[in-house]
Write a protein that binds this ligand. Sequence first.
Ligand code: AKG
Length: 260
Amino acid sequence: MAWDELGDQGLTIVREVLKPDFADQLLKEVDRAKQRLETLQSSELYRANPVLRSAAHTGFLVALNHLFCAPEVFLNGALLDASRTYLGDDFYMFEYDVQIALSRGQQSQVAHADAYRSHPLRPTGLVWTIALTDTGPWNGMTEFARGSLAEHVRDPVGVAGAGQWWQPELKAGDVLVRDLSLIHRGTPNPSEEDRYLLAVVMVPRDYPFDPTLQQWLDAALWADLDHGRREMLRMHRLTDNAKERIFPNYPSRDQLFSPR
Ligand SMILES: O=C(O)CCC(=O)C(=O)O
């Protein structure tokens, strides 16, 4: 059973969550959003966490609009069941971003966990990693150290031996569900095309929200949303035009890189 695998290994794959056509629609929108960011020449708007900095990997937070928050993504029975089983009934969306492995990349990310467990039995969160194209070793799919839930490893150094590295292959529309504390690293993408993944991070009610990750949520979307999606998206901020606005509280590149 897939959820046993999630408990044992810290990850599992749910196949064919999105229809290929819908994955392609999301892919085109991601591409448009990336071009818009590039046109604005707002390089600081790309995610630039110093720990994860790699010349071969980048990403950005998405605008929370009808497409990215469609029922196909947010109301999928298998993803919701997994999240409830793992996180309890009340969880919320912490972050929703695009993860890019740039074409002809040569670097791997530093192995890292996105959060550390305060207790071995207390999950910090779950990531739904959504493949928008087929992905695997040929185009820089992320590698995961199976079973390496980071309870005790607080420093990425030495983490490489923490589990058995595995680079899954996904088809467009498959979703890899993983513990937020699972150690992983972006790998180089040798192909000619940038590789995009969507990453939706869900955390339990008592997980403290990070206001620098607050995203704009389309007011028109909010008006149409069912109760379940309102609950999940409740930490984000309404605007009349999420598509044209970028991030409410995102720190500048200087802030991100300034010494503490
Ligand atoms: O793009 C990737 O392959 C991995 C990105 C990632 O997991 C991260 O930035 O935490």
